[in-house]
Design a protein around this ligand. Structure first.
Ligand code: DAT
Ligand code: MG
Length: 138
């Protein structure tokens, strides 16, 4: 199994709801190592650059406004199959489809307020980690 790195963000709703410890605990218990971590507040411009892949989607403005509305916790996670392991721990994007026991399944009440971000592929992980690294944020 490949050792991979992936980018995780506890979104502003997760931070505001006091879920940082719970989320990080899940990563650690599942063997994902935290290689870098920082609490920071994205500007709207940074949120728009991060989610540029979604710029034509109807939810782009609400997503990026939300992501820049308060502090987040950004992390680089590392482990065997870290990208997929993290996605499995997160649960489905649509909170109604997120299985109990996943982060979203346990906590999310709206798709637009779904607690957590995780890279969805090796290409996204590389791009997202480089974006944070280039800005000196992680
Ligand atoms: P994920 O975060 O599971 O990778 P995504 O990349 O498709 O999902 O979308 C990014 C974020 O945008 C998602 O976490 C929440 C928001 N979003 C996606 N689909 C949405 C929708 N139909 N309505 C509102 N927000 C949505
Ligand atoms: Mg995504």
């Amino acid at each position: 199994m490949p050792i991979e790195q992936t980018l995780s963000m506890i979104k502003p709703d997760g931070v505001a709801r006091g879920l940082i410890g719970d989320v990080i605990g899940r990563f650690e218990k599942h063997g994902l190592k935290i290689r870098a971590m920082k609490m920071l507040h994205l500007s709207l411009e940074q949120a728009r650059a991060f989610y540029a892949v979604h710029k034509e989607r109807p939810f782009f403005d609400s997503l990026t406004t939300f992501m820049s509305s308060g502090p987040i916790v950004a992390m680089i996670l590392e482990g065997n199959n870290a990208i997929q392991v993290n996605r499995d721990l997160m649960g489905a994007t649509d909170y109604r489809k997120a299985a109990p026991g996943t982060i979203r399944g346990d906590f999310a009440q709206q798709t637009g307020r779904n607690i957590i971000h995780g890279s969805d592929s090796p290409e996204s992980a590389k791009r997202e980690i480089e974006l944070f690294r280039a800005q000196g944020k992680l």
